[in-house]
Design a protein around this ligand. Structure first.
Ligand SMILES: [Ca+2]
Length: 152
């Protein structure tokens, strides 16, 4: 069974939220947002194996495609302005009116969740696209995307 239905591409260079969002859009993708807890767990394990977001520390984060820019503390998906389907905040997050972008980390004992953070800070990031069922290749271009799914 396929879970997540997504292709992801991991960028290790640390950039601010705006540059991460721009880079994903330039490849016809979007910054990562989790649709459910299974997808979150699978992706987290993959990223930990790559050696990112493996430390229990707010600064070992990746960017998430959710922000509250111009939204007066309502957090919406950057790709469509809609409320996220799934949100998992870390303890006591979001906590700061000056922090308008969302990052993901093993932060303050939350065992991986979202926290609001300064958009101009720099983190690695992950772009996502839908799996292309109409193609022989589920994730194109093959050198940019890996297929994230789970066989049962
Ligand atoms: Ca915060």
């Amino acid at each position: 069974m396929r879970l997540g239905d997504k292709c992801i591409s991991v960028y290790l260079d640390k950039v601010n939220w705006f540059d991460a969002d721009r880079k994903c859009r330039s490849t016809n993708a979007n910054l990562l947002t989790f649709e459910n807890d299974v997808e979150r767990s699978l992706t987290t394990e993959y990223l930990k194996n790559m050696g990112i977001i493996s430390k229990s520390y707010y600064n070992d984060s990746i960017w998430i495609g959710i922000n509250t820019l111009g939204k007066n503390r309502t957090f919406v998906q950057a790709k469509n302005g809609k409320n996220p389907n799934y949100v998992r905040w870390c303890t006591n997050q979001p906590d700061n009116d000056n922090q308008e972008c969302v990052a993901y980390a093993d932060f303050a004992g939350c065992n991986y969740g979202y926290h609001d953070y300064d958009c101009t800070s720099v983190f690695p990031f992950v772009c996502e696209t839908k799996v292309r069922h109409e193609s022989n290749y589920l994730c194109l271009p093959r050198n940019n995307f890996v297929e994230v799914y789970h066989e049962t």
